[in-house]
Design a binder for this molecule. Structure first.
Ligand code: ARG
Ligand code: ZN
Length: 863
C-alpha cells in the first residue's frame, strides 16, 4: 500500500524531464473478473507489442498484488516481482501475457482500485488504481481495447456494468450470473471501470445531432431513485450543450452513471461508465440545497465533457493533468454560466479560486499548472491544476476571441483524437488556429505564483488626458526564486467620476512587459478606473482606488463582476485598515451596501453575492501576518454595523423574498440566497427576534436551502433555538448520510467561541467515521478552514488535525494528504502559532509507516 518503512529512504521523485515512451504497448486486454467482496479473482490476458527496438523486459505495474499464475503464449513464463511490479522476460515482438490475482475489495479502505461501498462493488483507477486490480503498464499513454467479463452472485449483485457496450449476459448454475462488456475505443487503464450491485436506473434516451440514439442510465439504490431527475436532466443538457458549443457528439450507444457513497473526490469520467460521489447525483428539495443542485449539474457536465477532453484525447503523462482538467473545468464553467446568471457564476468561480488556489500558490505546496516533479500524483489534483488551469484556458479564449478559440479547439480534437497528448499540443493548436504567438504565454504553465499588478491612473483636474501605469511582478515560489514577466490580458474601462457615464469603450490591454503605460485622451471628466473586468486575468490587482471611487464603481460599473469586485475591494480595504489600526470607519461600506440593497434593478442572486463580506481567511491573505482574532473581531464589527444600520433594508429584502412554494429556477434561487444572507445580517444586528425569525424559517422551510440557511444562522449564535434546531435536524435526517454531513459541517464552521470543543466532541460522535471521505471532510476539512477556531492560540486545533490525519492515513492516505495543507500555512502566522504548526508537521513526519502521500505534503510544508 505504498507505505514507508521506518528509516526508509525517502520515496522517489518522478520528473517530467525523464519521460520515455512506453517499452511495450498493449493493444488489447481481456479481463475476467470473478467478483466477491472477500476474494475477487482477476484473470487478465494482455496482447503486448514491443514498442521500438530494444531488449528490455516487460514491466507490469502492480500494487499489493500476488501473481498466482503468469503465462506467456500459454506456457509458464520467466518472471519475477520487483517492488510489487511484475517483470517478464520476452523474446519476441508480440506475445500474449496472462496473469491471475486475487484481491479483497471489502478490505480496500483506500478506495483506489476495486472496493466495496454500501454493499456494491466499484472501481476507481485514476490516477494509479488499476495496478491494484491487475498487473498492467499503468500509465496514460498506453491505450488498449478492453473486453470485460464479470461474474457475481445474482442476488447481491444483480447489475453488472463496465465501460462501453453490453455484449452478452447469462446465468451460471450456482446462483451466480455473468455479463460481458466491450469498449470499442482504446483507452488508458485509468479510465477502466466496473460496478456490481443491487441498483436501479433512472433511464432516458438522448438522440445526438447525427441521429444516434444513446441509452442513458443513472444507477442508484432503489430508495434513491426519486433523487436522480436533476442529474439526468443535467446530463441531457450537457450532451446538447457540448454539441452546440464545441461541436462534440457522444460516441457510444450507452452512457451510465453510478452513484456511490464512499468516494475520494467528486466523480470520475470512466469511458461510458461515470462513477460519482453520491453527493453529486442525489438531490431533492428536502435534502439538497441550491448549491448542491448547482454542484450536481456542474459535475455531471464536467465528467460528461471529459468524454472528449480527457478520453478521446487523453494525457501523455500525469504532468499533463491540466490538459484535461483545466480545459474541462473551463468547459463546465461555460456550461453553468449558460444555465443561469453568467455574472453570478463568474463571481462564484473567482471566490473559489481566491479561497483555494491563491493560498496554494502563495504557500509551500505551490506548483506550476504543468508541474515538473511529484512524489505522489494524487497530491496534484489541486486547485492549481483544475482552477488556475481553467483560468489559463480562459485567457487564451480571451486573447483569441470566440471563433478562433473554437477553431483551435476543433483542431486539437481532430489532430489528437485517439491519442495521448500534451499541454504543448493544445497550446500549439491554439497558436495555429488563432494565428497568434503564445511563446511568452506558455509561462502560465511553467511559473507558479499569483502575479501582482499595480495600476495607477493619473489625471490632472480639468485635463482631457489620463495616464495609466501598469506594472507586474510574480512572487518567488518553492524552487522558482526568479520569475519572468507573464502575458496578462486585462479588460479595462474608464467611467466618469461625476456622472457615472462610460468615458471609454471596454478595451483589452495585454501587459507583457514588466511595466507599461496606457494613455487615454478626450476625457470629459475625472476618470475612475475599472480594471480586470470579468476577472480577465487570474492576478491580484493593486489599483489604489479611494473608498469613494470603489463605492462609486460598485454602484455604476456596467460589468456586474466589476461591481462585485469594487464592493469586495472596498470591504477588504476597510477591514484591513480596521485590523491594522483597531479603528474602523464603516461609513463607505454601509452606504455602498445600502445602495446595492435598494437598487431594484439588480438580480437577487447578484445582490446576495455583492453584500457578502470577504471571508476571514481572504482578509488574512491581505495581511503581512494573519491575526485570526483581530480579523474575526473586525469582520464581526462590520457585520454588526451593517446589520444595524441597514436593518430596515435587510428586513425588506427578507420579506420580499419569502416564497410559499419551492421552485427551482434562477429567480427563486436568487431569492433564497438573498433571504439567507439577509437573515444572517438581521441576526448580526443583535435584533431580539432574530433567533425566533431563524427558527421560524427553519421549521417552515419546504426546502433544504432555507432550512440549512436558518440552521447556519442559529448554529453560529447562542440562543436556545440553536440546540433545538440542531437536534431536530439530526433526528429528521439521521438516516441520510449526505444531510448528516451538513449537520457536522455547519457545526465545524460555526463562529461560536466553543467550536474547537464541539468539533472534538463530534469526532467521537457515533455517526462520525474517517472511513467515509465525505464525513471526514465535513468535520475535519471544514474545521481546518474555520480560521479563528482552527488557529486557536493553544494549538489544540493543529493537534486535532494532525491526530485525525494520522488516523486517516492508515485507512486512506490519498484523502488524508488532501486535508493537510492548512497545517502548512505556518509562515503566515505569528512565531508562536508557527512553532505549534511546525511541531505537528514534525510529529507527522516522525511516524513510522507514513504514506508517501502524507510524506510529500508534510515534508514540503515544513520548508
Ligand atoms: N478525473 C476526475 C475528475 O473529473 C478526478 C480524479 C481524481 N483522482 C485523484 N487521484 N485524485 O476530475
Ligand atoms: Zn475532471
Amino acid at each position: 500500500m505504498d507505505v514507508l518503512a521506518t528509516n526508509a529512504a525517502p520515496p522517489p521523485i518522478i520528473r517530467r524531464a525523464d519521460y520515455q515512451v512506453p517499452d511495450w504497448l498493449v493493444p488489447t486486454i481481456t479481463l475476467d473478473v470473478d467478483l466477491d467482496p472477500a476474494a475477487t479473482r482477476v484473470r487478465a490476458t494482455l496482447e503486448v507489442a514491443r514498442n521500438g527496438t530494444h531488449a528490455r523486459a516487460l514491466v507490469l505495474d502492480g500494487d499489493g498484488l500476488e501473481p498466482l499464475a503468469v503465462r506467456v503464449d500459454g506456457a509458464n513464463a520467466d518472471w519475477h516481482l520487483q517492488d510489487g511490479d511484475l517483470v517478464v522476460q520476452l523474446s519476441g515482438d508480440t506475445h500474449l501475457v496472462e496473469t491471475e490475482v486475487v484481491i479483497a475489495p471489502e478490505r480496500n479502505t483506500q478506495l483506489m482500485g476495486l472496493y466495496a461501498s454500501s454493499g456494491l462493488l466499484c472501481t476507481q483507477c485514476e490516477a494509479q488504481g488499476f495496478r491494484r486490480i491487475t498487473f498492467f503498464p499503468d500509465r496514460p499513454d498506453v491505450l488498449s481495447r478492453y473486453h470485460v467479463r464479470m461474474a457475481a452472485d445474482a442476488e447481491r449483485f444483480p447489475v453488472l456494468l463496465a465501460n462501453g457496450d453490453p455484449v452478452a449476459a447469462g446465468l451460471l448454475d450456482d446462483g451466480r450470473h455473468w455479463a460481458e462488456w466491450n469498449d470499442p475505443f482504446p483507452k488508458p487503464c485509468y479510465l477502466f471501470a466496473l460496478v456490481a450491485g443491487d441498483l436501479q436506473a433512472n433511464r432516458d434516451t438522448f438522440v445526438t445531432r447525427s441521429g444516434r440514439e444513446v441509452e442513458l442510465g443513472i444507477w442508484v439504490r432503489a430508495a434513491d431513485l426519486a433523487k436522480t431527475d436533476h442529474a439526468l436532466h443535467a446530463l441531457k443538457t450537457s450532451m446538447k450543450w457540448d454539441e452546440d458549443v464545441y461541436g462534440r457528439e457522444y460516441d457510444l450507444d450507452v452512457f451510465n452513471i453510478v452513484a456511490v457513497d464512499d468516494f475520494n473526490f467528486g466523480a470520475m469520467e470512466n469511458k461510458g461508465l461515470n462513477i460519482f460521489n453520491s453527493r453529486y447525483i442525489l438531490a431533492d428539495p428536502d435534502t439538497a440545497t441550491d448549491y448542491d443542485y448547482d454542484g450536481i449539474a456542474a459535475v455531471v457536465a464536467h465528467e460528461y465533457f471529459h468524454n472528449w477532453s480527457g478520453n478521446r484525447v487523453t494525457c501523455r503523462d500525469w504532468f499533463q493533468l491540466s490538459l484535461k482538467e483545466g480545459f474541462t473545468v473551463f468547459r463546465d464553467q461555460g456550461f453553468s454560466a449558460d444555465q443561469g446568471s453568467a455574472a453570478v457564476k463568474r463571481i462564484e468561480d473567482v471566490r473559489g479560486l481566491r479561497a483555494a488556489q491563491f493560498p496554494e500558490d502563495a504557500g509551500p505546496l505551490a506548483h506550476p499548472v504543468r508541474p515538473d516533479e511529484y512524489i505522489e500524483i494524487s497530491n496534484f489534483y489541486t486547485a492549481t491544476i483544475y482552477n488556475k488551469g481553467a483560468e489559463v484556458i480562459r485567457m487564451m479564449a480571451t486573447l483569441l476571441g470566440p471563433q478562433r478559440f473554437r477553431a483551435g479547439s476543433d483542431l486539437y480534437f481532430q489532430r489528437f483524437d485517439g491519442t495521448a497528448a500534451t499541454v504543448e499540443d493544445f497550446v500549439s493548436c491554439m497558436e495555429e488556429a488563432g494565428d497568434i504567438d503564445l511563446a511568452q504565454f506558455r509561462r502560465w504553465y511553467t511559473q507558479a505564483g499569483t502575479p501582482r499588478v499595480t495600476a495607477q491612473l493619473r489625471h490632472e483636474p480639468g485635463s482631457a488626458r489620463a495616464q495609466l501605469s501598469l506594472a507586474q511582478a510574480v512572487p518567488p515560489t518553492p524552487g522558482q526564486p526568479h520569475k519572468e514577466p507573464m502575458v496578462l490580458p486585462l479588460r479595462l474601462k474608464l467611467f466618469g467620476g461625476e456622472t457615472g457615464r462610460a468615458l471609454t469603450e471596454e478595451q483589452l490591454v495585454t501587459l507583457t512587459d514588466p511595466a507599461a503605460e496606457v494613455t487615454f485622451d478626450g476625457l470629459a471628466e475625472r476618470p475612475v478606473l475599472s480594471i480586470n473586468r470579468g476577472f480577465s486575468a487570474p492576478v491580484i490587482i493593486d489599483a489604489a482606488r479611494t473608498p469613494a471611487d470603489l463605492a462609486f464603481l460598485s454602484a455604476h460599473d456596467d460589468d456586474p463582476f466589476a461591481r462585485y469586485e469594487a464592493m469586495q475591494q472596498l470591504m477588504l480595504d476597510t477591514l484591513v485598515l480596521s485590523v491594522a489600526t483597531g479603528r474602523a470607519d464603516h461609513r463607505a461600506v454601509v452606504e455602498a451596501v445600502g445602495n446595492t440593497l435598494r437598487d431594484a434593478a439588480l438580480d437577487h442572486a447578484f445582490v446576495a453575492e455583492a453584500v457578502l463580506l470577504p471571508s476571514e481567511s481572504f482578509i488574512g491573505d491581505q495581511l503581512a501576518q494573519v491575526d485570526p482574532d483581530a480579523i474575526f473581531r473586525a469582520r464581526e464589527a462590520l457585520r454588526a454595523e451593517l446589520g444595524t444600520a441597514l436593518e430596515r433594508e435587510w428586513r425588506a429584502a427578507y420579506d420580499a423574498t419569502e416564497a410559499n412554494r419551492f421552485e427551482y429556477s434562477p429567480a427563486a434561487k436568487g431569492d433564497r440566497r438573498l433571504r439567507s444572507v439577509a437573515l444572517g445580517y438581521i441576526a448580526a444586528s443583535g435584533a431580539n427576534d432574530a433567533a425566533a425569525l431563524a427558527f421560524r424559517q427553519f421549521e417552515r422551510a419546504d426546502n433544504m436551502t432555507d432550512r440549512q440557511g436558518a440552521l447556519v444562522t442559529l448554529a453560529g449564535g447562542t440562543s436556545d433555538e440553536r440546540v433545538a434546531a440542531l437536534d431536530i435536524f439530526y433526528n429528521r435526517y439521521s438516516d441520510n448520510p449526505l444531510v448528516l454531513d451538513k449537520w457536522f459541517q455547519v457545526q465545524a464552521l460555526s463562529q461560536r467561541d466553543d467550536t474547537a470543543d464541539t468539533v472534538a466532541e463530534l469526532a467521537r460522535h457515533r455517526d462520525f467515521t474517517l472511513a467515509n471521505p465525505n464525513r471526514a471532510r465535513a468535520l475535519v476539512g471544514a474545521f481546518s478552514v474555520n480560521q479563528r477556531a482552527f488557529h486557536e492560540r493553544s494549538g489544540r486545533g493543529y493537534r486535532f488535525l494532525a491526530d485525525q490525519l494520522l488516523a486517516l492515513d492508515k485507512l486512506n492516505p490519498q484523502t488524508a494528504a488532501k486535508l493537510l495543507p492548512p497545517l502548512g500555512r505556518w509562515k503566515r502566522f505569528d512565531p508562536a502559532r508557527a512553532a505549534l504548526m511546525r511541531a505537528e508537521l514534525e510529529r507527522l513526519l516522525a511516524v513510522p509507516g507514513l504514506s508517501k502521500d502524507m510524506f510529500e505534503q508534510a515534508s514540503k510544508s515544513l520548508d
